[in-house]
Design a protein around this ligand. Structure first.
Ligand SMILES: [Zn+2]
Length: 259
């Protein structure tokens, strides 16, 4: 935890009436691993323990006016708050802990996988059999997180096309399903990346820029709010309701985002 987070904890930890001040729109939560070390995570920010995750999910029942939404057939309402769940990278722990729990609660969720990690049977990540098993679950939608987890906006045109097309085709061949959503690794996105992703046949794209999404938002550059290892369910609620949206001022919005 760095000083900004410590400061915010201090300021917000006593706040309890945040629901009244919630920002409406679509809030997309971005998780990574649940119970195992995350990829390139030197600060141990992105590994939420399974019990904590269960607590996050169970705590949603408290808020009756909030819908848990899928990003499929996306329609963003500006007068209510909808929550969507996304998981990046394709950890095998997502199959073990997330899939059964989301099934039990009947909450839709999205997972974005790196196809080279699958092909190479990278330790800690799902292999092709795991992914096929996952795709049998009713509430999950599988999307691409690129072919090799590189910064897409730094790729030359040839590499970019490969990352977008090859990962999509690999997943479609493996799962016999249409793959239409992508999460850009490291949130690395630009107009060129979005245009090429559209050409490849994607119509939903998730960035890592922190904010709520309103109805005027381009579906190819949706904002997300990260959930960190140390976030308890109260912190998750604060993030859902927009109390942590100030974090965007510490980020670079590489692809113009509409507030
Ligand atoms: Zn990633």
């Amino acid at each position: 935890m760095n000083w900004k987070h410590k400061l915010a904890y201090g300021l917000f930890s006593q706040a309890t009436d945040f629901y009244k001040h919630k920002r409406n729109g679509l809030r997309i939560l971005a998780y990574h691993s649940v119970g195992t070390p995350a990829y390139h995570d030197e600060m141990d920010l992105y590994n939420v323990c399974p019990l904590m995750f269960e607590e996050h999910i169970a705590s949603l029942k408290k808020y009756q006016n909030i819908n848990v939404s899928s990003l499929n057939n996306l329609e963003i309402g500006d007068d209510n708050l909808a929550i969507a769940f996304t998981f990046d990278d394709g950890y095998v722990d997502n199959l073990k802990y997330v899939a059964p729990l989301m099934e039990e609660y009947q909450y839709p969720w999205h997972i974005y996988v790196v196809t080279d990690f699958i092909k190479n049977k990278k330790k800690g990540f799902m292999n092709s059999a795991d992914l096929q098993e996952l795709s049998e679950y009713k509430y999950v939608t599988i999307g691409s997180h690129g072919k090799s987890h590189v910064h897409l906006s730094e790729c030359n045109n040839e590499q970019l096309i490969k990352e977008l097309h090859d990962s999509k085709k690999y997943l479609e061949d493996l799962l016999s399903k249409n793959i239409n959503s992508i999460s850009y690794p490291y949130g690395s996105v630009s107009k060129r990346v979005v245009d090429e992703a559209r050409n490849a046949g994607y119509d939903i794209g998730c960035s890592s820029y922190i904010n709520i999404n309103r109805s005027n938002k381009d579906a190819m550059s949706l904002c997300r709010t990260p959930i960190f290892s140390y976030d308890n369910s109260k912190m998750v609620a604060q993030k859902m309701f927009g109390m942590w949206d100030w974090m965007k001022y510490f980020m670079i919005d590489s692809y113009k985002t509409i507030d």
